[in-house]
Design a protein around this ligand. Structure first.
Ligand SMILES: Cc1cc2nc3c(=O)[nH]c(=O)nc-3n(C[C@H](O)[C@H](O)[C@H](O)COP(=O)(O)OP(=O)(O)OC[C@H]3O[C@@H](n4cnc5c(N)ncnc54)[C@H](O)[C@@H]3O)c2cc1C
Length: 358
């Protein structure tokens, strides 16, 4: 095989769309853990009951067929970068000339705590969230954008479906603090208005069947803990054969290429760029890396010069906060209302349409 794409993440979607338009002369195979790629931008709307499962997922097999790319459903568990071989959970071995990883991240484990709801890999999301939103005492751990958005969406679903609106958030810091002070103040008010019980600057210490205890000694009812405490590296790169950062993310150069094995590329959450070690892991950067990744893979195969990926400093993020309202954040600015939700809806639907049958 000339090119193996591992994982149907955002950057690889861009490659598949491009191949669909401009065919390539060499063989390409996509190997992904599921034939569906679930789009996290629409997780909040699905949770609240605004979108169906088909609205939020891309059929990778179909997209590959349209592009003339082979599709294999498998989870890669071992990499031999030197001898250019991969092994999947199916036991199959895959050879390649060039490989690119876009396998996303997993959710951080909380030491000694049993987490009941896990939405990574992303194809487990609908089943997990369907259970969580009906649980007697839902607890979301994590005060970043994903945690707050999911808590607000579950709360909105519970209001609509006559379940007690009793979602709790436990966050080790003030919520959305890493984004901006203004966003933090606004979201604090929204969370309060929507009746979410918020516990900031605290952590879970112990979880029992129907309650949990925090580090500060608070006891609270809990029937299901949903952790969204930030991205953790997949275990794929942990055998040490490929360079990683201290957290196990694949280390790449500005060309999105591994220094020691230039035939290995990577993009999205699963990589750390050597020059930008603190770059946030989100869909925005994974999408933006797509065109450079594709250009560089082709340049490498042709023996030509590669380009560097330069991340933009600021980006717009829009959080769905329930009842078709949104909080739009750009740099230090934050605005809350109806139109940010409609803008988000328009962007997300447009993104999904790009992957539908032509
Ligand atoms: C609830 C929630 C909401 C979010 N909302 C936003 C948002 O609004 N905007 C934003 O920018 N970011 C958002 N994020 C972050 C965003 O989801 C991730 O940063 C983004 O999905 C990363 O994209 P990716 O291309 O790296 O990988 P992913 O989108 O995670 O895709 C990885 C793919 O690889 C496959 N895979 C995984 N492991 C293997 C393996 N070993 N072998 C083969 N295939 C494998 C998976 O099945 C999947 O198809 C959100 C995250 C969450 C949890």
């Amino acid at each position: 095989m000339v090119l193996l794409l591992i994982g149907g993440g955002h950057a690889h979607l861009n490659i598949l769309r491009d191949i669909r338009e401009n065919k390539v002369e060499y063989q390409v195979t996509l190997i992904s853990a599921s034939k569906f790629q679930y789009y996290s931008g629409m997780f909040s709307g699905y949770t609240e009951g605004l979108y169906s499962e088909d609205d939020i997922r891309i059929d990778l097999e179909e997209l590959c067929e349209q592009a003339g790319v082979s599709f294999v459903e498998d989870t890669i568990v071992q990499v031999d970068a030197l001898f250019r071989k991969l092994i999947g959970t199916s036991g199959k071995t895959y050879d390649f000339k060039v490989v690119s990883f876009d396998i996303g991240s997993t959710i951080k484990e909380l030491e000694g705590i049993v987490i009941q709801t896990k939405i990574k890999p992303n194809f487990s999301f609908p089943m997990e969230i369907n259970e969580f939103r009906k649980t007697t005492f839902p607890v979301v751990v994590g005060g970043g954008a994903a945690g707050v958005e999911m808590a607000l969406s579950v709360q909105a679903w519970r209001y609509k479906n006559d379940f007690p609106p009793n979602v709790k958030i436990i966050s080790s810091s003030p919520i959305l603090m890493s984004i901006s002070k203004k966003a933090n103040l606004k979201i604090g008010r929204i969370v309060e208005q929507k009746g979410i019980q918020l516990y900031e600057n605290d952590r879970i210490k112990e979880v029992y069947t129907d309650e949990l205890v925090t580090n500060s000694g608070k006891r609270m009812s809990s029937s299901n803990v949903f952790s969204l405490t930030g991205p953790e590296s997949s275990r794929l790169f942990e055998d040490g054969s490929l360079p990683t950062d201290s957290k196990g993310f694949l280390l790449v150069k500005d060309s999105l290429q591994v220094e020691t094995y230039p035939w290995v590329f990577g993009a999205g959450d699963c990589v750390t760029m050597d020059s930008y070690p603190t770059l946030p892991k989100n869909g925005v950067y994974a999408v933006k890396q797509g065109p450079i990744l594709w250009h560089n893979i082709n340049q490498y195969l042709a023996g030509k010069r590669l380009k560097n990926f330069k991340p933009q400093r600021n980006f717009i993020s829009i959080l769905s906060v329930g009842q078709r309202q949104g909080l739009i954040i750009y740099g230090k600015h934050a605005y809350y209302g109806k139109w940010p939700w409609w803008l988000k809806h328009w962007i997300d639907v447009k993104f999904m349409k790009k992957h539908m049958k032509k």
